[in-house]
Ligand binder design. Structure first.
Ligand SMILES: C[S@@+](CC[C@H](N)C(=O)[O-])C[C@H]1O[C@@H](n2cnc3c(N)ncnc32)[C@H](O)[C@@H]1O
Length: 185
């Protein structure tokens, strides 16, 4: 699936200007980016199902793209959902969609670098990022997430963590996906 991330979207969404409402983006941030590739909707639903998302959950999608995980968590599972997205265009597009769907009370997107956003309120974290990126996020996740928080990763595992569950899913377009579920000790 590494190939899918790079070849489905050969032009990575590298952001060269400051994120709206966020801090200026320097060279360090540019090195900490992952290209935009959306998770197929049926895989989104499987991820949230695996995490057993409930209305009292606070779901953070790190690198939220067009907001589909955030929107599904709020709309289908009634959770409070937060997306963190560094690309201002995706931030605007997903925020507009949330408003259009009447989900403003339950879902919102923060236009920031995920390394700068506190995760202490999260009870579920979803990530579709590269393994190397997950590795860089790991110390922050270990520092900030409470015991029992579920972390669900699409296709790329967190090095050094033992998954509680690994599920293979074939999406409607016949592409195989892996979902890793971790429950923080
Ligand atoms: C592979 S896409 C996943 C999108 C969405 N989570 C999904 O599964 O459909 C990764 C997303 O992370 C965003 N991103 C990359 N680096 C980021 C960073 N440092 N902070 C916040 N978002 C970032 C990209 O702009 C892109 O939208």
């Amino acid at each position: 699936m590494m190939a899918a991330l790079f070849y489905v979207n050969p032009t990575p969404s590298v952001v060269a200007q400051p994120a709206q409402g966020g801090q200026g983006i320097g060279n360090a941030t540019l090195l900490r980016q992952v290209p935009y590739v959306p998770t197929p909707q049926d895989v989104v639903e499987k991820m949230l199902e695996l995490a057993k998302v409930k209305p009292d959950d606070v779901v953070y999608d790190l690198g939220s793209g067009d907001g589909r995980i955030v929107i599904t968590a709020a709309q289908k599972y009634g959770a409070h959902a937060v997306g963190v997205e560094i690309n201002p265009d995706l931030y605007r597009q997903s925020s507009a969609r949330i408003t259009e769907l009447g989900l403003d009370g339950r879902a919102h997107i923060i236009c920031e670098d995920m390394f700068d956003v506190s995760l202490k309120h999260a009870t579920v974290v979803t990530m579709y990022l590269l393994t190397s990126f997950n590795e860089k996020m790991r110390p922050k996740l270990e520092r900030e997430l409470h015991s029992g928080t579920r972390v669900v990763c699409h296709d790329f595992h967190v090095p050094g963590w033992d998954p509680d569950q690994v599920v293979d899913v074939t999406s409607r377009n016949d592409i195989p996906h892996k979902i890793y579920l971790y429950v923080r000790p």
